[in-house]
Design a protein around this ligand. Structure first.
Ligand code: FES
Ligand code: FES
Length: 205
């Protein structure tokens, strides 16, 4: 049809694509459904692409997102802020931890759209120029990392902990970073680093 806004995609074909995706969802998962919908429907009207502004590390940053785009994807893929790591992508490892209005938040579990209007701090935003934050400095001095993949998340979780509780007990430190998994087993050094950072931040040494 000459005036068809989506040449090559009939309503019937589109619904068939969606239906096929739904039937296959149990076996193949939501990702494939999304891909089928996108393939069938194609245009941005379905994906809902839009440019939004996010406040990242004190600056307004435009990002082009779909409704399903996570904050983590926006940070890493759009803004090249790759400090927050994508490991499990399902809220279980803590590698993607950032601060949202001062709270530790898993960036893989929040939509970019829902991050609008909030102050987001990533690990890239902690240092002042060459000056590492007290938590970062303590991690370095205590050698609290091996492969380093979990480290940004641990640093952000520790930073959030010390903002809320400047003098945590050993137990509170363990609890504060309990959502962050480290397969290299750096926990003892992480705990020591957080204790040390707390001492320094409260003027204790
Ligand atoms: S990548 Fe977000 S919790 Fe694992
Ligand atoms: S340092 Fe390797 S996963 Fe934690």
């Amino acid at each position: 049809m000459a005036d068809d806004p989506n040449p090559g995609i009939s309503r019937r074909g589109f619904l068939k694509g969606v239906g096929g995706g739904l039937l296959g969802s149990a076996a193949l998962g939501e990702g494939l459904i999304g891909a089928q919908v996108a393939a069938a429907a194609g245009p941005e009207a379905i994906r809902g692409l839009q440019t939004i502004q996010l406040s990242i590390n004190g600056a307004a940053r435009p990002v082009l997102v779909e409704p399903r785009t996570t904050l983590l994807a926006a940070l890493r893929d759009q803004l090249q802020l790759t400090g927050a790591k994508e490991v499990c992508d399902r809220g279980q490892c803590g590698a993607c931890t950032v601060l949202v209005d001062g709270e530790a938040v898993l960036a893989c579990m929040i939509l970019a759209l829902d991050a609008r209007g909030h102050e987001i701090i990533t690990v890239e935003g902690l240092a002042q120029g060459e000056q590492l934050s007290p938590v970062q400095q303590a991690f370095v001095e205590h050698d609290a990392l091996m492969c380093g993949f979990c480290t940004p998340g641990l640093v952000m979780a520790s930073t959030a902990l010390l903002r809320h509780n400047p003098s945590p007990t050993a137990e509170e430190i363990r609890l504060g970073v309990s959502g962050n998994l480290c397969r290299c087993g750096t926990y003892p050094k992480v705990f020591a680093a957080v204790e040390d950072a707390a001492r320094r931040m409260t003027g204790g040494g």
